[in-house]
Design a protein around this ligand. Structure first.
Ligand code: PLP
Length: 410
């Protein structure tokens, strides 16, 4: 294979993103590495794996699936999700709103950040056709009404704060209204909105399905206290994916069963006031398996490997959170495995990944290593610190390095 035959995906996206691209037109990771011999991180996007994961989720979830764009905003990712049946997008900034509108003109966009600049509300409403907004305070409601003026079209979703749970990444400390304050906000919002919902986020990478039913029960308490009709219940994101090979996660179906049971109990409790629609905002679960990064070993000192990507690049969660990602050497070798610590390329001593990475003991300078499950919060968190923000992106046909129970992989 020659370099010119490689599909290095830097071409502008076609507008007709519903056309399904056949994966067999794309190269395999090993072939790309053999030709490019990359000395900078090589990002390998697996559009078919993203489409497959999206389809699994959309089919398993009996409501509207909103993809949380912050997780990976690459236009090729958005297009792959669309092909998998995702039609609604959870945006949190003016740039995300504009991007989704440009890439997917027919998408429904929901503005789910509970604290927005006035100009962000204004452009979303007037230029991009956004009609649904999250709020967690009376002040935010005032801001939205000031920008939209009197309208019959506004949708409002009140974000509820949850008690700290057992997700890997807790998201309740920053946003959300306290359950005791929520009924007053819901009553006031009901008077000015065409569609009213309650949302929450159990925390990212949450492996306990019961957290969703508990949160739905709390939403029920708030709804009973408010005594107003709800139109939507939004169960947020947080659905986990496998990272370390020994991760033992419940099937996707177990999360859906808890949500269904919680929603059924809620409807029973609320009667005529129960919401007719249920929404979810998955990010990580739809895209994590959809990208990997091929790094090169630039030096070895004992069991320390100095590689060309790190915590200021696409491996942030391998640093502060000590996460282990699945990995494999690109070169074939039968050497026994040994535990390595990885160091990123910047001069900062925090640029160190200690989770324990098992690689062949003969790994050496110049070897390439593919690190998987980096489609979510990977490349999107890259910084330009120390000048190490370069790299290429290719679309590949390979299956993901690891399978998450309940999701199709390609
Ligand atoms: C980040 C975020 C999501 C997505 O969370 P995941 O853990 O990636 O599924 C969904 N909703 C909101 C409001 C978020 O901030």
């Amino acid at each position: 294979m020659t370099a010119s035959r490689l599909r290095v995906a830097v071409s502008p996206l076609r507008r007709d993103v519903s056309r399904r691209r056949s994966a067999d037109a794309l190269p395999m990771v090993d072939a790309v590495v053999a030709v490019l011999r990359p000395e900078e991180p090589l990002h390998c996007l697996r559009p078919a794996a993203i489409t497959a994961a999206a389809r699994s989720f959309v089919e398993a979830f009996e409501g509207r699936t909103l993809y949380a764009v912050k997780c990976n905003p690459d236009p090729r990712v958005l297009a792959a999700l669309w092909r998998g049946g995702v039609r609604a997008f959870d945006c949190a900034s003016p740039a995300e709103v504009a991007l989704v509108r440009q890439v997917l003109p027919d998408a429904t966009i929901h503005y789910m950040h509970p604290v927005k600049a006035r100009s962000a509300i204004r452009t979303a409403w007037h230029q991009h056709g956004v009609r649904d907004f999250a709020i967690d305070s009376e002040a935010e409601l005032d801001k939205i009404l000031a920008e939209t003026g009197p309208t019959e079209e506004l949708g409002l979703i009140v974000r509820l704060a949850l008690p700290k749970g057992n997700a890997a990444l807790d998201l309740s400390g920053k946003f959300g209204i306290a359950p005791e304050d929520a009924p007053a906000l819901l009553r006031r919002a009901r008077g000015v909105t065409a569609r009213l919902g309650i949302s929450f986020h159990v925390g990212s990478q949450c492996a306990d399905p019961a957290r969703w039913s508990a949160a739905i029960a709390l939403a029920g308490d708030v709804a009973v206290a408010a005594g107003v009709k709800l139109d939507m219940l939004d169960v947020g994101g947080g659905f986990p994916v496998a990272y370390a090979p020994e991760d033992d996660l419940p099937q996707l179906g177990a999360f859906m069963a808890e949500i269904d049971a919680g929603a059924a109990a809620l409807c029973e409790r609320l009667g005529d006031l129960a919401p007719a629609e249920i929404w979810a905002e998955p990010g990580r679960a739809l895209v994590a398996q959809g990208a990997s990064v091929v790094v090169q070993v630039q030096a070895r000192k004992g069991d320390a490997l100095y590689i060309n990507d790190g915590v200021y690049g696409s491996l942030a969660d391998a640093g502060s959170l000590n996460w282990r990602f699945p990995l494999r050497p690109v070169r074939r070798t039968d050497a026994r495995l040994r535990r390595f610590t990885l160091f990123g390329p910047t001069c900062d001593s925090l640029d160190r990944m200690d989770g324990g990475f098992w690689l062949p003991e003969d790994i050496a300078e110049g070897d390439w290593i593919e690190i998987g499950q980096l489609g979510a919060y990977g490349a999107t968190l890259r910084t330009a610190f120390n000048g190490f923000d370069r790299g290429q992106l290719v679309e590949v046909a390979d299956a993901p390095l690891l399978e998450t129970p309940g999701y199709a992989i390609a």
